[in-house]
Design a protein around this ligand. Structure first.
Ligand code: HPA
Length: 262
């Protein structure tokens, strides 16, 4: 049975409006969904192995007033070297009816205005990895326009939701670094010159795929650390997982407020 058929069989036919992908340590948001949980292992094409800090399940149900499909855990390029690893899952979420895609991630900050524990609304990205999930796509649809990849209307609505909740939400440019190793201080200095405000190992390929699928996209980063060379703290995945819940609580508040206004 296809992933789509399995999801419909277990969670029902009612279309979802919002699809979400939760990053490292941001899984608690999925617990707030009143719905059906389906392990990725039951869904062909969904990520197979996990990264610690990531659950591996799809949750379909109600979050606030909206019907949502939440991916708790994603596949990153660094796991198997596939930039299009998230294509099948995102195609499935679009086929479920999703019109909006909200991506979340943990990131390192290049700016002191977004200290660890804060949120950053991604306004644009730099594909520092230089690869695309659409390589090999044979149709002309591959020439995706990314001019307003981060939907201005969604960004405005998310900013308003944050403001209403008194949660600071700076905007900034996210650079995709392949990982899994963290960056060197020299790379961070280079990224700063290029115009990046934050750096992380995900999201950019999903945004490209989301626009390819015609979804309105937005992304919020949870800052877990200052990027390499910018502070004395030790950068590690353990630190990311420890810090993520602080931002995750704010993220949940902002997203619930936004969903309530849909
Ligand atoms: N770099 C890349 N990815 C990250 C970081 C970082 O500093 N922090 C959390 N994810």
């Amino acid at each position: 049975m296809s992933a789509l058929d399995t999801i419909r069989a277990r969670a029902g036919d009612e279309p979802v409006t919002v699809a979400m992908v939760l990053g490292s340590g941001l899984g608690p948001l999925a617990d707030a969904v009143d719905g059906v949980r389906i392990p990725y292992s039951d869904l062909p094409g969904f990520p197979s192995a996990g990264v610690s800090g990531h659950a591996a399940e799809l949750v379909v149900g109600r979050l606030g007033a909206a019907r949502v499909a939440v991916m708790s855990g994603r596949e990153h390029y660094y796991e198997h070297g596939r930039a299009d690893a998230m294509r099948a899952p995102l195609e499935t979420l679009a086929a479920l009816g999703a019109q909006m895609l909200i991506l979340t991630n943990a990131c390192g900050a290049l700016q002191s205005r977004t200290p660890p524990g804060s949120l950053m609304l991604i306004s644009d990205h730099i594909n520092y990895a230089g690869i695309s999930p659409l390589t090999g796509e044979p149709t002309d649809r591959r020439f995706v326009n990314l001019t307003e990849a981060y939907d201005p209307g969604l960004r405005a609505a998310l900013s308003e939701a944050a403001q209403a909740e008194d949660i600071p939400l700076e905007s900034g440019v996210y650079a995709w670094y392949l990982g899994p190793n963290f960056e060197t201080p020299a790379e961070i200095r280079a990224l700063r010159v290029l115009g990046a405000d934050a750096v992380g190992m995900s999201t950019v390929p999903e945004i490209i795929l989301g626009r390819f699928l015609g979804l309105r996209c937005a992304a919020i980063s949870v800052v877990t650390n200052m990027a390499a060379g910018l502070s004395d703290e030790q950068i590690s995945h353990t630190h990311t997982k420890d810090m993520a819940p602080i931002g995750a609580a704010k993220l949940q508040t902002v997203l619930m407020r936004w969903l309530g206004g849909l």
